[in-house]
Each structure stands twice: as C-alpha cells, then as structure tokens.
Design a protein around this ligand. Structure first.
Ligand code: NAD
Ligand code: KPL
Length: 305
C-alpha cells in the first residue's frame, strides 16, 4: 500500500499536484485552512484541473489540520510566507521521520521549516510548471515545465519518485538543489521587481538593458560570495534569454501586485539583500531596487515583507 500524500494548501500548485497524484490512483488527502474552507470544498465534489481546455474533477478527500491521523509524507504547497505557520499547525500529526516536500519559491522558508522539524527529511523543490486558480477548487494548468527535487543533507533519492513518474509529474532528482534555487532566485530578482516598478510585461525590460545588466553583475557577485559560483555562470545572458522567451508574459510578482496579493519579496530580493549584508558586500543597485519596490508596495497598501 502506498504512503498517503498529504497536500497542504489547495492553491495553484497544490491542486496541480493533488489532481495528478489522484488521477494515477495514489492515495491523496488535501489539508485545508479551516472548517469553513472544508465545508466549501465538500460542496464542490473535488478538485478540478483544466488542461488544454478540458476540465476533470478529482474527488480528493479534504481535511483540516485538526483531523485525526498521522502524516508520513507532506507536500507543502503554500506561499513562502505561510509555510512555517502552516507546518507548525500540523506538527502534532507528523511522524518523527516524516518527509516534507517544500515547493516554495525563493529561499529562506525552506531552512526555517527544516529548523522547525530537525528529525524530518525536508526535500526542497524548484518548479518551472505554471498554474493559476480560475476559481475556488478549480485550477488551470498553464505551463508545462519541470520540478527539480533535492536534499542537500542526504543525496539519496527517495523511492516515492516512482509515484511522480506514475502521476506524470515531470521531475528530476537534483544533487545541487541549492544551486538551482539560488539561480532561480537571481533570475526572479533581476526580472520581477523591475516589471512591478515599470508596470510592464517581461519583454519590455529589453528597454532597460543597462539596469538589468547592472543588477545581474551585482547578483553574480552575491552568488560567488555565498559559495554558489555555478549559479552565477552566464547569469546575464540567461536573464536576457528568459526576458525574450517570456516577453509576452507578466511576471509572477507583477501578477501578485496587480491582484492586490502579498508578494514573496522577503524570500527573493529581501533574502538576497540580507545575504549581502551578512557578507558585508555592498550591492547598491540591488539595495536601491529593494527600497523602490518596498515604497511601491506600501503606496499600493500591500505588505512590504
Ligand atoms: P497559491 O496562493 O495559489 O496557493 C497557496 C494555498 O495555500 C492557498 O490556497 C492558501 O489558502 C493555502 N494555505 C496557506 N496557509 C495555509 C494553511 N495554514 N493551511 C492550509 N492551507 C494554507 O500559491 P501557488 O501559486 O500554488 O504557489 C505556491 C508556491 O509555489 C509559491 O512559493 C510560489 O512562488 C511557487 N510556485 C508557483 C507556481 C505557479 O505557477 N503557481 C510556479 C512555480 C512556483
Ligand atoms: O519565474 C518567473 C516569474 O515570473 O516568477 C520568471 C518568468 C522567470 C520571471 O522572473
């Protein structure tokens, strides 16, 4: 009998994973915020995933953090700023050697969760898949991609990667997951804040090439200083390539701001600036960028952390 996949957070990525695991006949349970959300979910008859215009509903069982039953495997699919508290609410149900898969973007939240649960195995993930919530309990699979998973402390891949294979979740076990997360953080820092400040699509950053190049140079210095030279390699050319390849898109941070949602700034630019300060590295443009972004978020009445 397969171990149950508990999925914490019924948002875009949580639904995308839960629906595909359930479709493959694997045992999945969805953990919702509270009894109100659970009651709402129960009237919907399951999670709906829309793929290439076709909608399918999967009757995944819902529960809340105070439901009974131990948790052996937990997919944490909430935003970085919610991860620590969401996991804390479940601590009493986690077996000592539980496995957690942390899907958060940026850096900082993963270490915080791992420190909270020293006996658990925390697997960090970095995903290029894209999904968005069309309405409650209904998610659109918007962009095919890949998920890299890794554990900096134990390089042995877990056996349950077979479940991901069976569920058709494209993935790869990575022995350098921190490098991947740092690289993605650097890309996000070079692109996302500028799209908010200039209120533009990614492609319009081609009109701000000098500013992008200056940020990339500072980010590369930071990566080197943080012991991540591989993440610094050809950073500027990759940023330029991503800007071109995603020219018509709005960045995830732009979309959060446009939707008046909290951003993950503290786990992206905030994390980068703090790491620079720890290393006494002066990165004036990155720091200025953070100050401008914080001002912009505050002016819009959004949290700046
Ligand atoms: P989301 O906001 O759509 O979903 C998060 C869900 O977690 C929400 O439904 C929220 O209610 C729930 N949640 C928060 N606290 C909870 C708690 N205590 N108990 C139960 N549920 C709780 O977020 P998302 O877009 O799925 O993003 C999740 C993470 O994945 C983020 O770090 C994001 O940057 C990253 N990511 C997202 C995408 C994407 O396409 N959506 C792609 C790559 C990476
Ligand atoms: O990941 C991204 C995002 O929008 O968050 C890209 C497309 C790489 C832009 O930084």
């Amino acid at each position: 009998m397969s171990t149950t996949w508990h999925v914490l957070g019924a948002g875009s990525l949580g639904t995308l994973w839960a629906a595909r695991l359930a479709r493959a006949g694997l045992p999945v349970r969805l953990i919702l915020r509270d009894h109100g959300r659970l009651a709402s979910y129960q009237t919907a008859n399951g999670l709906t995933l829309v793929e290439q215009g076709l909608a399918h509903t999967y009757p995944v069982v819902g529960e809340t953090s105070d439901s009974p039953g131990q948790i052996h495997r937990l997919l944490v699919a909430c935003k970085a700023y919610d991860a620590q508290e969401a996991v804390a609410q479940l601590e009493h149900r986690l077996v000592p050697d539980a496995e957690l898969i942390l899907l958060q973007n940026g850096l900082g939240s993963q270490d915080a969760v791992a420190a909270q649960l020293p006996q658990a195995r925390c697997i960090f993930a970095s995903s290029t898949e894209g999904a968005f919530r069309e309405s409650d309990w209904r998610v659109v699979f918007a962009g095919h991609g890949y998920t890299w998973l890794g554990d900096a402390r134990h390089p042995t891949p877990p056996l349950w990667l077979d479940d991901l294979q069976a569920a058709g979740i494209p993935h790869e076990w990575s022995t350098d997951i921190l490098t991947r997360l740092w690289r993605k953080l650097a890309l996000n820092c070079a692109i996302n804040p500028l799209t908010v400040l200039y209120q533009c699509r990614n492609g319009e950053l081609q009109d701000h090439q000098c500013e992008v190049a200056t940020l990339c140079a500072e980010l590369a210095d930071l990566l080197e200083c943080c012991g991540q030279p591989a993440a610094a390699e050809d950073l500027q050319s990759e940023v330029e390539r991503v800007i071109q390849a995603t020219a018509a898109n709005y960045s995830s941070m732009y979309q959060d701001v446009a939707g008046a949602r909290r951003t993950e700034i503290s786990y992206l630019l905030g994390y980068a600036c703090q790491a620079a300060a720890r290393h006494q590295l002066s990165l004036p443009h990155l720091q200025q960028l953070q100050a401008r972004l914080v001002r912009q978020l505050s002016a819009r009445g959004l949290p700046s952390d």
